[in-house]
Design a protein around this ligand. Structure first.
Ligand SMILES: NCc1[nH]cc(CCC(=O)O)c1CC(=O)O
Length: 305
């Protein structure tokens, strides 16, 4: 007899797509498994007006789902790894990460083809300090304004003419079949993605050995090692998604290349480091140490205070 697996997820269309992706993969691995998707709203979904980085506490988009997991109301929680804080609460862990989607950020506009065509005072919508800093570093003349809401809401605000362009993740647009909205996929050299961007992770209770075992067919080892390297770097920097910290690990032949970045929100200071190796945790530490040696701690402290 296969157990019933209850999946906890945010209720946004992107989150539900991800939960259904996990459900479909479970069905493919275990034709008899029963899966139920339980949608929940999180404080990140409710507090839509405040800029994300100003809201206290990490893990705004995962907290309520983690509480449901700890309370045994659900068996697994499905998250965008980008939204998952560097450390899990006591008793929970990420048990599997699925194969990664396109990691890049997308420039989306109805009026220009490329960021370099933006008029001097053009408004670009993004609430991510990481995206803002990297855009401003190259195009200091533009104005980056806050933009919250789920993917459809952000696109609507663009279409209403509130912004000349907005920046979203390519992964989210592809998953929602909105890839035709991507004006320009920004190369990672120009917009280094968020830690974990494009990867879907599955969280369980640490003591739930049966579910951890059950999830193994969904695990993509190469992605797991990449995200582990990125998260190890981020953990040392004390980073969470509110900080202008970026990281991307990619396999090159038999080695991982990890690139990291810490920026001031206005893009005036932008620190970069990279290293390659085979041990994800050691690599994360190496790149974090390089960034700290360049003064990353001072930039991070300025933002946190
Ligand atoms: N913070 C919201 C969020 N979390 C994950 C994604 C995109 C999908 C992904 O990175 O896996 C998005 C939307 C966006 O940044 O455009």
């Amino acid at each position: 007899m296969m157990p019933l697996i209850r999946i906890g997820t945010r209720a946004s269309p992107l989150a539900v797509w991800q939960a259904e992706h996990v459900r479909d993969a479970l069905h493919a691995a275990y034709p008899d498994v029963q899966v139920e998707i339980i949608r929940m709203s999180t404080s990140g979904d409710v507090l839509l007006d405040a800029p994300l980085h100003s809201l206290g506490g990490k893990g705004l988009f995962v907290k309520e789902i983690e509480e449901a997991l700890l309370a045994r109301q659900v068996d697994i929680a499905v998250h965008s790894m980008k939204d998952v804080p560097a450390l899990q609460p006591e008793g929970l862990e990420i048990a599997a990460i699925m194969a990664r989607e396109d990691v890049r950020d997308a420039f989306v506009s109805n009026t220009v083809h490329h960021p370099e065509e933006l008029a001097p005072d053009a408004r670009v919508g993004s609430s991510s300090l990481r995206r803002r800093a990297q855009l401003l570093q190259k195009y200091p003349q533009v104005q980056v304004d806050d933009l919250r809401g789920n993917v459809a809401t952000r696109l609507r605000k663009l279409d209403e003419g509130q912004y000349s362009a907005i920046i979203l993740a390519v992964a989210g647009l592809k998953r929602l079949q909105l890839h035709e909205r991507i004006t320009y996929a920004i190369p990672v050299e120009q917009s280094l993605p968020a830690v974990g961007q494009g990867a879907v992770g599955i969280e369980i209770r640490t003591d739930d050995i049966a579910t951890r075992e059950l999830l193994q067919p969904l695990m993509d080892q190469p992605t797991w090692q990449c995200v582990l390297a990125e998260r190890s770097m981020n953990r040392i920097l004390g980073g969470d998604c509110r900080l202008p910290v970026a990281a991307l690990a990619q396999w090159q032949e038999q080695k991982l290349l990890l690139r990291g970045l810490v920026a001031s929100p206005d893009g005036s200071r932008l620190l970069r480091a990279e290293a390659n190796g085979t041990d994800p945790v050691a690599l994360g530490r190496e790149v974090a140490d390089q960034l700290l040696a360049q003064g990353a701690a001072a930039i991070i402290k300025e933002i946190q205070t």
